[in-house]
Design a protein around this ligand. Structure first.
Ligand SMILES: *Cc1c(COP(=O)(O)O)cnc(C)c1O
Length: 514
């Protein structure tokens, strides 16, 4: 990484030694079990202000008869308890997390420091614009940065996640067609798309039309031509697609869809491959959602909440959710910010102003990296994924043998056929090596898929260690006796879960031997 980026490649490479001891014992006591009457996790000196008797504050009918049975523990025990629990989960702070399509990159701590500033964190969301000019300025600056990155005209920062952004984008699509006096029913998505795409299309009140991928892993242009008509509201694409491949026919796709009056929606959950290199707006897209919790390194998953801003081309700006923060230029003096609702707004998609502290983190990340730093992120992310693909070709099946973008899809098809070892076994075995598992069984069109996204935050040493682990696993598949893989992972607090039962009964059951 260049000096101008704040996410240097680095971190300890994963390896055998790092997994088991860190992940703790099988059964931690609960805070209730640690409770000891009279222990307190706080101590305050008396203030000198006489205490108001509780019965003067709350009437007897509203008071409890008994104290709430909360755990009573010392601060030391409390901190130890939660620190131990935090180590029972693999995290981006602990090691490489090559979870394809999810962009689990390291989250720089400077962004948390910014979000903790009392002038940001302590502001009530209902505070008027006159008292929150700094916050409004931050929103406007982030919106402008995201529009510059995507090549779009304006953006809403309200959506709380990628899927929420997708629904927002589809509602924008509907509103735009309605304003043209049209009701259109169909939205096209490729068969390699992320699962949220068909779900959002359905939730948005449209009908899903799927187009297959061709042998190169791209949209089959002949199949696309057969489904295009004037009932098509638009197409949802991600480029690079979820096979990690760049849609080379994107200009032809854009022309064909625009040709029947449809709009182009870009699923930009993962912009890692294209940051500072190409822009969806320049490819002809009308609507783009971004996952700040992926590309822009804000906490993700259990560490959420996320943010899924949606950027649009000029003709869709009047329909954006409102109210939106806008800059009012005053002659000579510094700008003034205010809230404004677009004339044909689809309305709110989030209370208040979206997940604002996530937005603050993303802006800190963008500014700290700068334009050249963002481009460097894309270059290293693509380089890392191609390094992994190249290194493991021959050891694993590579269904689409061409340069990939920020992630690469491998397959365990041959290994399963020859030795009965499945993608799930490889993923579980890898946990034992100190790496998080890659995405498995996605994209759905690749048999026994292993989808690896190393991200730009991993060093060559970490990638080397990951490749060595995957090679070791492939050797074991051919040399160890059958069924040997089923014992893994051994060092994690939870070992193999019964997936079918977990999905059917929704009661956690797991094998915690060891
Ligand atoms: C993660 C992802 C989504 C969904 O984003 P959420 O924030 O999880 O709702 C959509 N599309 C793609 C391609 C993704 O990788």
């Amino acid at each position: 990484m260049s000096d101008s980026t704040i996410v240097p490649a680095g971190g300890a490479p994963g390896g055998k030694a790092s997994s088991a001891p860190l992940l703790g014992r099988a059964a931690e006591p609960t805070l209730f079990e640690l409770s000891h009457p009279g222990r307190r996790a706080w101590s305050f000196r008396t203030s000198g202000i006489p205490e108001m008797p509780v019965d003067q504050l709350v009437s007897a009918s509203h008071r409890r008869n008994e104290p709430v049975p909360l755990p009573e523990v010392s601060e030391r025990d409390l901190v130890a308890h939660f620190t131990r629990l935090s180590h029972r989960q693999f995290s981006v702070d602990l090691g490489a997390y090559p979870l394809g399509s999810c962009t689990m990159k390291y989250n720089p701590k400077i962004c948390d420091t910014v979000a903790d500033l009392p002038g940001l964190a302590g502001v009530h969301p209902a505070a008027p614009a006159s008292l929150t000019q700094g916050w409004l300025g931050l929103f406007v600056e982030l919106e402008e940065a995201l529009c510059e990155i995507t090549g779009m005209a304006a953006a809403t920062l309200q959506p709380a996640a990628g899927a929420a952004g997708e629904l927002t984008g589809l509602l924008l699509m509907r509103a735009w067609h309605q304003a043209q006096g049209q009701v259109r029913h169909k939205v096209i998505i490729p068969d390699s798309s992320h699962g949220t795409n068909p779900a959002s299309v359905t939730l948005g009140g449209f009908e899903v039309v799927t187009v297959p991928s061709d042998s190169r892993g791209c949209v089959d242009m002949d199949a696309l031509a057969t489904v295009l008509d004037d009932d098509v509201a638009g197409i949802m694409l991600t480029n690079p697609n979820t096979l990690g491949l760049f849609e080379e026919d994107i200009a032809a796709i854009a022309a064909a869809v625009h040709g029947v009056g449809g709009l182009l929606y870009y699923d930009g959950a993962n912009l890692n491959a294209i940051l500072g290199v190409v822009r969806p707006g320049d490819m002809g897209f009308d609507i783009v959602h971004m996952n700040l919790h992926k590309t822009f390194a804000t906490p993700h998953g259990g560490g959420g909440p996320g943010a899924g801003p949606v950027a649009v081309s000029e003709r869709l700006v009047p329909f954006l959710p409102g109210p939106r923060p806008v800059r009012v230029e005053t002659d000579g003096s510094s700008p003034v910010y205010e809230w404004s609702t677009p004339p044909e707004s689809i309305g709110r998609v989030h209370t208040w102003h979206g997940n604002s502290l996530v937005l603050a983190r993303a802006l800190a990340y963008i500014l700290a990296n700068g334009g050249d730093g963002l481009r460097r992120i894309a270059e290293i992310a693509v380089l890392n994924a191609n390094w992994v693909r190249q290194r493991l070709t021959g050891t694993y099946d590579v269904p689409f043998d061409r340069p990939c973008m920020h992630e690469t899809v491998l397959s365990v098809r041959t290994m399963k056929h020859d030795y009965g070892v499945r993608a799930l076994d490889v993923a579980k075995r890898l946990l034992e090596e100190g790496f998080h598992s890659p995405t498995v069984y996605f994209p759905l069109i690749v048999e026994e898929a292993l989808m690896i996204e190393p991200t730009e935050t991993e060093s060559p040493q970490t990638l080397e260690a990951l490749a060595e682990s995957l090679e070791r696993i492939a050797r074991e598949a051919s040399t160890e006796e059958s069924g040997w893989m089923a014992q893994f992972p051994r060092g994690t607090p939870v070992r193999r879960v019964d997936e079918a039962r977990a999905a059917r009964t929704l009661i956690p059951t797991f094998d915690a031997r060891g």
